[in-house]
Design a protein around this ligand. Structure first.
Ligand code: HEC
Length: 114
């Protein structure tokens, strides 16, 4: 839990500092840096959520994940953590497509219980 609060507060302070700039600025993070941030909460493959109520990303449809991330970016979908993530990591549309493709390509959980 401490780790989660730490992550959240780092991203919150980043996003507050970023609020005077363009919606998507270069925050000096590589795609791998951004992916590592996602993995901290969702797991490396998107199938090991940090908290049981966090969603599984692996095996979801790429276009669904893209729509969800875009909605967090525009604010149409509201969830403090994810709205902050998208802003603090300065996800571009290209990042969103790549992240969605990455997690969609990982095996989903269907059939694991068999
Ligand atoms: C601090 C923890 C945390 C981090 C870091 C994080 N997420 Fe999330 N993510 C969540 C939580 C919590 C939710 C559930 C939000 C909701 O209910 O809308 C979520 C929801 C999502 C969803 C919606 C899934 C669905 O089934 O509708 C997607 C897609 C997603 N995250 C992708 C990402 C990506 C990509 C990154 C990295 C850029 C990322 N997340 C970083 C915690 C996190």
């Amino acid at each position: 839990m401490y780790r989660l609060i730490l992550i959240a507060s780092v991203f919150l302070s980043n996003s507050l500092m970023a609020s005077h700039h363009e919606p998507v600025e270069d925050v000096g993070l590589t795609f791998e840096d951004k992916l590592a941030a996602c993995s901290a909460c969702h797991g490396v493959n998107g199938d090991q959520p940090l908290m049981p109520e966090y969603p599984i990303l692996s095996g979801q449809y790429q276009d669904y994940l893209e729509v969800a991330l875009t909605a967090y970016k525009t604010g149409r979908r509201q969830h403090m953590i994810m709205n902050m993530q998208v802003q603090a990591l300065a996800l571009t549309d290209a990042d969103i497509s790549k992240l969605a493709a990455y997690f969609a390509s990982k095996p989903g959980l269907i059939g694991l219980g068999e």
